[in-house]
Design a protein around this ligand. Structure first.
Ligand SMILES: CSCCC(=O)C(=O)COP(=O)(O)O
Length: 377
């Protein structure tokens, strides 16, 4: 299972030579068998990243920007846990009805039927839009209450910021809904990760005993929206200060600004991630050239789909990721960290490697922003 992906594109300004080279590669890439493209002569490219949320401990999963456990062990269970209350209280709420009515009628005849269906889809990690939209709806309160925040791998935030500053344009493509993607990037854990993790664990402990109502309450208390008063809900018997202490909002950072305008894609506005047409649609939407777009992924099928669409791709091989066959490794670009993608590599190095790709970016940076890309931000 993989979780989310990013695209990034550089504000490259190729000279006429660059443009020519780029077109050649673009054409070549779309015609060549996967893996036959040489990286040495790709020219400038718009740099795309794909990330997934993985748990290093789960060997069948792989991660790129944050642990899959955040999705599998935190987000998915939170949604399932919050759903019964939402179904009971909001079944006919105008704000919730669209989410419910998006499900097939036979699976939404009653709260219990819908709950069972959502549990089944979640268990099988089905990437269907109506589930993903519902999950985003349910996750919002968890982020806002501080029950969890997004734990990026340590290299990710600095690298994305650096690339952004250098003119690399970033976008996301995930099976998770665009709304969920924005929540994820809006609530990135910052500061001492150990402290943040401890806070999350404490918050989850409160949720475990109390449910979303107390979580909301403690959020309001912690944020000063509610004054001092004792709370006695269910088996919870804690003063607001204690709740605020244990359920304190983790320090978070809003990183949505790193993404280029309109750079959020899911299965609804792009299509399935294993289909080449999805990548074509994304670069067309962003007005990026495929051969100047780099897609980072942990998923071989997605890697191949992106390359088939004429994009460049790199496989992220985080510790604990699903093992990739030797044959696939031999034909793919593979890195262990975003830091392994060296956008400042010197010319002549890294042919056929990520460093080689980076080199082309650096060269392209000297030319300024091409007219057709200007104003996209
Ligand atoms: C956007 S956060 C939630 C991610 C998610 O729900 C998911 O299914 C991830 O799918 P991906 O295609 O990005 O592996």
């Amino acid at each position: 299972m993989c979780c989310c992906c990013l695209l990034s594109a550089r504000q490259a300004s190729p000279s006429s030579t660059w443009s020519q080279a780029n077109n050649e590669i673009k054409d070549g890439a779309s015609l060549s068998p996967i893996g036959s493209q040489t990286r040495a002569d790709t020219g400038p490219f718009e740099h795309s990243l794909r990330y997934t949320l993985n748990a290093p401990a789960e060997k069948e999963l792989e991660g790129t920007i944050c642990p899959i456990s955040f999705v599998k062990d935190t987000l998915f269970p939170y949604a399932l846990k919050a759903l019964p209350t939402v179904l009971a209280k909001q079944w006919d709420d105008p704000a919730f009805r669209p989410y419910r009515e998006a499900f097939p009628p036979e699976h939404s005849t009653s709260p219990s039927v819908l709950q069972a269906h959502v549990e089944d889809l979640t268990k099988r990690d089905v990437k269907v839009a109506y589930l993903k939209n519902l999950q985003g709806y349910l996750w919002e309160e968890g982020y806002r209450s501080g029950a969890y925040s997004t734990p990026l791998f340590p290299d990710v935030a600095p690298r994305l910021k650096q690339w952004k500053e250098e003119g690399v344009r970033l976008a996301i493509y995930s099976s998770g809904s665009v709304f969920a993607q924005k929540l994820l990037f809006q609530h990135v854990s910052s500061g001492d990760e150990t402290t943040a993790g401890a806070k999350r664990a404490a918050a989850e402990a409160v949720d475990e005993r109390s449910g979303p109502e107390v979580a909301n309450k403690s959020r309001r208390i912690a944020s000063g929206e509610e004054g001092e008063m004792a709370l006695k809900i269910g088996n919870i018997d804690e003063t607001p200060n204690e709740l605020a202490e244990t359920h304190q909002l983790a320090e978070t950072e809003d990183m949505r600004h790193l993404m280029t305008a309109g750079g959020w894609f899911d299965t609804t506005n792009a299509g399935l991630k294993t289909e080449a047409s999805s990548y074509s649609k994304i670069v067309e939407t962003l007005n990026w050239q495929p051969a100047r777009t780099l897609f980072l992924t942990d998923n071989v099928k997605e890697y191949d789909a992106a390359v088939s669409a004429g994009l460049q791709a790199i496989l992220l091989d985080r510790p604990g990721n699903v093992s990739v066959s030797a044959a696939d490794l031999a034909r793919m670009e593979v890195v262990q960290s975003l830091n392994d993608i060296d956008l400042a590599a010197s010319k002549g190095s890294g042919v056929g490697t990520a460093a080689g790709l980076s080199q082309t970016l650096q060269e392209s940076a000297a030319g300024g922003l091409p007219a057709e890309l200007d104003g996209i931000h």
